[in-house]
Design a protein around this ligand. Structure first.
Ligand SMILES: [Zn+2]
Ligand SMILES: [Zn+2]
Length: 206
């Protein structure tokens, strides 16, 4: 049976650790980092999370506009309503937060990887929830492997080399309603390219 690497809520991860996935709070960024603006409304985007690909030694910062939820095509990988920025180097520092806008959400938590043998992602979630009664929302997504699409396959192409991007992670909205990310009740998908571009793309379906 395939092995699915689930992202599972890790309440014990120290605030300063570089977890496989960290949601909310102040992002650690490289020197000279510029907080991204939404292409539709021109306001500051909201920082959602940092996802680390340990095998590739890469980290991705994910941002999404939440200034007028639903109005900036923030589900679209190519609209400019969200952004995936590379986060390389050892000299990372807490970002200077923009004074205006919805730059930071309520989430403050990390994830660890738990590998589950299952037929696919949904089956892995069901097996994890069965082993941890009442805690199903603590499954925060999947890292690596193949995407399990809620709708049709929408794998984006690289703007630089034109190839299909590599699936990095699927993200659920979060462990509790009060701090959840807004994917319209659905799930988000993070992709990256291994060419010299070094960037990534983000989309969600519901
Ligand atoms: Zn916007
Ligand atoms: Zn590429």
């Amino acid at each position: 049976m395939p092995r699915i690497d689930l992202l599972v809520l890790d309440r014990a991860a120290p605030e300063t650790s570089i977890a496989v996935a960290r949601f909310g709070g102040t992002p650690l960024v490289p020197p000279g980092f510029a907080w991204p603006a939404c292409h539709a409304c021109h306001g500051h985007m909201r920082y959602l999370c940092t996802i680390a690909e340990q095998a590739q030694a890469r980290r991705h910062l994910v941002f999404m506009c939440q200034n007028s939820p639903g109005m900036c095509d923030e589900w679209n990988p190519d609209s400019g309503g969200n952004a995936v920025l590379p986060c390389e180097g050892a000299d990372l520092l807490p970002a200077d937060l923009p004074a205006q806008g919805n730059a930071i959400g309520a989430a403050r938590h990390a994830a660890r990887v738990e590998t589950v043998e299952a037929a696919g992602y949904e089956d892995a979630c069901a097996r994890w929830a069965e082993a941890h009664p009442g805690r199903g929302r603590e499954v925060l997504g999947q890292i690596g492997g193949a995407p399990d699409w809620l709708q049709g396959d929408e794998t984006p192409a690289c703007d630089h080399c034109g190839r299909a991007l590599r699936f990095v992670a699927r993200l659920e909205e979060g462990p509790e309603h009060g701090t959840a990310m807004n994917f319209g009740g659905g799930a988000a998908y993070l992709f990256a390219c291994d060419c010299t571009w070094g960037g990534g793309k983000f989309l969600w379906q519901c």
